[in-house]
Structures are given as C-alpha cells and as structure tokens.
Design a protein around this ligand. Structure first.
Ligand code: 7RM
Length: 662
C-alpha cells in the first residue's frame, strides 16, 4: 500500500482570536453558547432543523411532503421531496416589488477599473426574463443542457439565472480552460447550446473564447446554437459568426418578439439545477450534479450566517464563477438573500496590486472572500498597496480553496482585518455545494490555519485507516456522517451513482469521504491538512495528476509521464512532471517548452507544469505501478527520506532521476 500524502500532523499554532463587541453585535449567532445550542439541535433534530430553515429562507410554490430520504450505502439523498420552487423566482421575483426593488443586485467591475455596471434587482429580473425567452426561442427546454463559457461579465449571471428560470441545466466552464476541455465537457453532457462571448479580458491578456468554441463545436453535433455576448471594451475585435448557428446576445435580447415576462418553470426540489465539472484522482473531470431545493437552501443559509449578511452589506467574492465558489457565493447564495454581490472581471495584480483594495473602497465592501494564494501573492507586494485605500467598511474576511498558512492568515488579519475583523477559513468542495466547516463570526473564536467548527447540521469526524475515530490531534481521514441539503446528487451520465459510490462512499462505507485529511484539536477545532488522493491543489484549483499525465502522453514524443505536486510559496502546490520520451526522440529544451505548452493547450493554463524533468525511466513496483511517493519526495527536495525503495523493479532509475532533479 502506498503511503498517503498530507498525513503529518503539525501542531505548533496556538494563537486564538475572539470576536470583538462590534462583530458580535451584527452577528446572527452571537455567542459560542448560542452556536452550541443551535448545533446540538441541528444534529439531534436534523430534519426539523432543515425544514424550519427551508420554510424561513425560501419561497416554495408547493411545500414538500417529506424533508429527507437517504441511504449512504447505495448511496443517494433526496431533500424536500415533492416540493416545487424556482431558483430565479427565489433570487429575483421575491424582491422586485419589495424595498429591494432598486437595490443593487449585481455590481460589475470590469477588468479595466473605469468601466462598471450596476444591475438592480428589477433590472436583473427584466434581463433574466427576456434572456429566458431567448433561450426558449432557440429551442431550449426544461432538462436541456446549456454550456456557458464566458468571462466574468454580468451576462454570465444572467445566462445562469435564465437557464434556472426555464429549468434548463447549465454547466459553466471556466474561461481559462482550453477548447479541448470545453469539447470534452460538451460531449459528456450532450449540451444543445453554448453561450459565450467574443473574447475574455484578464489583465493584459485576451482569451479568444468564441474562437475556442468554434473549434470545440466542430466535433460536438449536439450543439445547435451558439449565443455570443459582445464584450464592448475593445473596438475592432472581429468575430466569425456561422449563419443559423451563431447569434449575438444583444440582437436576440432586444428582438421584437421577445417578451419581458417569462413564467418561471416550477421545478421539483430534486430536479437538476446545474452540472459543474471537477477533477478527481482518475480519468477525466466528472460532472458534479446539484439540484434545485437543497442546493439553493444550503448556499442561501451558509451565505447569510457565515458572512453575517444584513440589508446594507456589499459582498465581494473574488472567485471566478467558473468554479463552485463563484456559483454559490457570487450568484446563488447572495441573490437568494436579496444581497448586493460584486462581480469582478480582472486579476488581483492588474493594473497594480492595489486592485482589490480599490474595489473595497469604491463600493464600501463589507464582506470580502478570497483564496490563500491571492493573499500570498499580494503579501509579496508589500503593505503600501492597501495603505492607499480606505478599508474601514470591511466587517468579515473569508478564505477558501486550500489550507491557509498561519503567516498568510496573520498578514490578512493585520493588514486587511485591521487586527479586529473575524477571518472565516471555510472548508468545502464542489461536491458539497456550500461551506461545511467554518467559524461563525461573532460566535466562534478563530485560530490561524483552522477552519474551526462544523456548520449547523453538519456531522464531520476524523477516522483512522481502520475506520475507528482518531483522538484529539491524532489526524486522519475527514468524513461526513450524515447528508446535508447541498450534497452532490450524482455525476452526470451515471444514473446508478456508481462513480459517486466508488469515489466518495467506498473508503468508509456509509459515510461521505471528501478526499481530505484533517485533525481535530482538544478544543474541537478542525485543521484541514490536504488531499490524500492524486488531486493537487494549484492556487486553490483542483487538477488531477491523471489528467496531466494523459495530456502529456497524448503528445507523439512522450512515452510515459508522472505528475506530482510540490510545495509552492504562492500557489500552495506547484506541478512537477517527470517524462520519458520515445526511443528515437531527444529530450531537448525545445521539446520541454513544447510539452509544457501542449498541456496548456489540452487542459488550460492552470495545469501548466512548473517543472518538467526528462527521465529515462520512472520508479515502478514490480507489478508496474508508479511509486508516486518517491517522486513527490524528489519534487519537494526531500531526497534524504525517499522511504522504502526495495520494492522497486529497478532501483537505479531513482539514482538517475536524482541526478537530473530540478
Ligand atoms: C471550494 C473549493 C475542494 C478542495 C478540498 C480541499 C481544498 C477547500 C479549503 C481547502 C483547506 C480550506 N472547491 N480546500 N477549502 N483546504 N482549507 N478552507 O475549493 O472542489 O475546487 O476544491 O479544496 O482539499 O477537498 S474545490
């Protein structure tokens, strides 16, 4: 059995920060005792708790008959059975005749900073309704899959809500993914339409989104229509349009035959809302399926309590909507609360590293949610950047995506949090729909590097290899014992849920295993240690080593490849690949560049290897299995401690690799 990674327990962090009186005053849950009582009730009467939350936080066209049915051995879970609701109705219609009608729903800040756009609840409602009618006009019906491959522009949120209004299933693909990745996802879910933009702007770079779509759909016969939003900040950008297939967004949405009202489709609680592809340890990314009632409730409630969202708050989550964080905490969670959400198109360092703080000042941001990798990259730029801006509106800070190192936490606390704001280190996954482990500001003292406590209704535990509970500070596998409304319902195309069973429910039968290790300290606080599988976390983004390896071996010069992660100061983990070339190929620097570029083309820039080493062979067991543990140790420079190499088929390959180490 291969040794697992991320199982060492580090325990030298002892600092504790308690919420101050200002934080407590604005909080929904105002003390640790209140949290404990709420938590106790939420697990003892789990269904009663969620029923009450569903009643208080969502509009139901028809109430459910039964709160929950589940079996974690099969596995399946269903929430709010036979309930009927519509996500866009909950995010829009509820507010358009209330005090919120002229409240900003979405504030959009463009890549360039001097162009922005605000959509009030009423304006957004109008755009979404018209767009939903455009979808219908182009033949989209309930249950059809619609691919969305767009930059961070308001049309992206409008497209998602438009799909939700008519019951079409959206699948957003991050604009940084390649044409090939887009093609794989379209083919996997059989999308009928692709919604895109002419190009995407990221800092000084342009991404030719529409051209990528053209290349992808050539081999995707299910795609009947391509809708194209025009990004208007650069003039003279030429876009090829295929007649009868491609249509401009602005032509369609203003057409005379498009009505401004679109009746919402009343969906069953368990009807799919969206598919989002995510990487696992084997094979191609899988399409994680989330449904209507449970997902919406879970994102709405976690958003409200974790960010303490109140009427005048302005929420800024810096993620891209192409990832689950953007789905849940830019779009659905905030809008379902009638909150104001900021959508940011650019990158943290363009035109300079003061970008986020300028946005905080400009809009008076109250809750700010970002990734540790962004904090580390801004840390490197020094403290002068935030000193130029007024950050006094901030009330809550959050992080997500990867473990945060205590130095980055302290820097965030001191420089952005002005030594008084709570930091919520939120642990969750694409598959969980929303945040599962986090401090609740106002109630739970925080510790640098700890995600602290389970959200109400969540039952986590730490288990040892044999399935018995780990003791305090012992470390082990994180599991969740009971379902919650936002849990993954399946992966697209696998109606028997075989894949979900194998990946998440087989290591510890009857429990959800997310693939992370963690420990619980003597105060009951959780410390997430990292993935234990072959998934690496680059700048908070998941990449499967298998995907990178299959991209490499698809190149004609490559014979074999192994990819591993290594600690990286900014990205958290970097990507180190070992490549053996075919007999007649010479491993030159030019080939190295070509291979790195090849991976970018196959997957996208986020999977670009940081280091590529040619080797004449890879360390394998006698049964032919690559020993990644050895490669991981070499990648992190830990060569003293390669572990047991006696089971290797040919121990000499390790010596050779050590000589060529980067
Ligand atoms: C939201 C998101 C999920 C993986 C997860 C973890 C890691 C996420 C934290 C974290 C430590 C955190 N979805 N992860 N949040 N590790 N502390 N607060 O990131 O599906 O893309 O990734 O990310 O390993 O399993 S994701």
């Amino acid at each position: 059995m291969e040794e697992m990674k991320n199982i060492e327990v580090l325990m030298d962090e002892k600092r504790v920060f308690s919420p101050g009186p200002d934080v407590v005053e604005r909080a929904y849950i105002k003390s640790f005792a209140e949290y404990e009582e709420l938590y106790k009730r939420s697990v003892e009467d789990n269904e009663g708790f969620w029923a009450e939350m569903a009643e208080n936080n969502l509009h139901w066209f028809k109430k459910w008959d039964k709160v929950l049915e589940y079996d974690f051995h099969k596995p399946y879970s269903k929430w709010f059975i036979n309930g009927k609701l519509n996500v866009s109705y909950n995010c829009l219609d509820r507010f358009i005749n209330s005090d919120k009608r002229n409240k900003a729903a979405i504030i959009w800040e463009s890549n360039y900073g001097y162009i922005s756009r605000t959509l009030t609840y009423r304006q957004l409602y109008h755009e979404v309704s018209r767009f939903a009618n455009v979808l219908k006009k182009h033949g989209i019906k309930k249950g059809d899959r619609v691919m969305i491959y767009m930059p961070m522009i308001p049309e992206l949120s409008i497209a998602m809500l438009g799909c939700a209004r008519i019951g079409a299933i959206h699948s957003v693909v991050f604009g940084g993914f390649s044409s090939q990745s887009l093609k794989d996802r379209i083919q996997d879910c059989g999308a009928k339409m692709v919604i895109t933009a002419d190009y995407g702007a990221r800092g000084r770079k342009f991404v030719p989104l529409k051209a990528n779509v053209d290349e992808a759909v050539e081999v995707c016969p299910t795609v009947e229509r391509v809708l194209v939003a025009k990004v208007q900040t650069v003039t003279g950008y030429r876009t090829a349009m295929t007649p009868d297939r491609d249509f401009w967004w602005h032509d369609e949405i203003t057409a005379d035959d498009i009505e401004s009202y679109c009746e919402p489709e009343w969906m069953d609680s368990e009807d799919p809302l969206f598919i989002l592809y995510t990487s696992g340890s084997t094979g191609k990314p899988k399409g994680v399926l989330h449904t209507t009632g449970g997902y919406l409730l879970y994102t709405a409630l976690t958003f409200k309590w974790i960010f303490n969202n109140k009427e005048d708050d302005i929420h800024f989550c810096t993620a891209d909507i192409g990832w689950i964080t953007g789905h849940s905490y830019i779009v659905y969670g905030p809008l379902c609360n009638g909150a104001t959400t900021v959508m940011f198109e650019g990158i943290p360092t363009f035109p300079n590293p003061g970008r986020f703080w300028k946005i905080v000042e400009k809009y008076g941001i109250t809750s700010f949610y970002t990734a540790p990798t962004a904090i580390r990259s801004l840390m490197r730029e020094g403290e002068s950047w935030m000193k130029k801006y007024d950050l006094s509106s901030l009330r809550v800070l959050g992080t997500v995506g990867e473990p945060i190192n205590p130095e980055a936490w302290m820097w965030y606390h001191k420089n952005i949090g002005q030594e008084k704001l709570p930091i919520v280190d939120t642990w969750w996954q694409t598959e969980t729909g929303g945040i599962l482990i986090t401090p609740l500001p106002g109630a739970i003292p925080t510790k640098p590097g700890s995600a602290c406590k389970p959200f109400p209704g969540i039952s986590p535990a730490i288990l040892k290899e044999d399935g018995t509970p780990a003791g305090p500070d012992e470390g082990g596998y994180l599991v969740i014992k009971k379902p919650w409304p936002g849990i993954i319902r399946g992966t697209y195309g696998d109606s028997e849920n075989k894949r979900v069973k194998e990946v998440y429910f087989s290591k510890f039968p009857g429990m959800y295993f997310p693939g992370d290790s963690a420990r619980v300290d003597s105060d009951g606080d959780f410390w997430i240690m990292g993935r234990v599988d072959d998934v690496i976390n680059i700048s908070g983004h998941r990449i499967g080593t298998a995907e990178v390896e299959s991209a490499l071996v698809s190149h004609p010069s490559v014979s074999e490849a192994a990819a591993v992660g290594f600690p990286h100061d900014i990205k958290g983990e970097g990507l180190y690949v070992f490549v053996t070339v075919k007999g007649d190929v010479s491993p030159t620097d030019a080939l190295k560049k070509e291979l790195i570029n090849h991976v970018r083309e196959v997957i996208g820039a986020i999977a670009s290897p940081d280091k590529l080493q040619f080797a004449s062979g890879l360390p394998k067991t006698r049964s032919g299995k690559i020993m990644r543990r050895i490669l991981r140790n070499i990648a992190k420079g830990d060569v003293e401690n390669l572990g047991d190499t006696t089971t290797l088929a040919d121990p000499f390959v390790v010596d050779e690799i050590l000589k060529g180490m980067l």
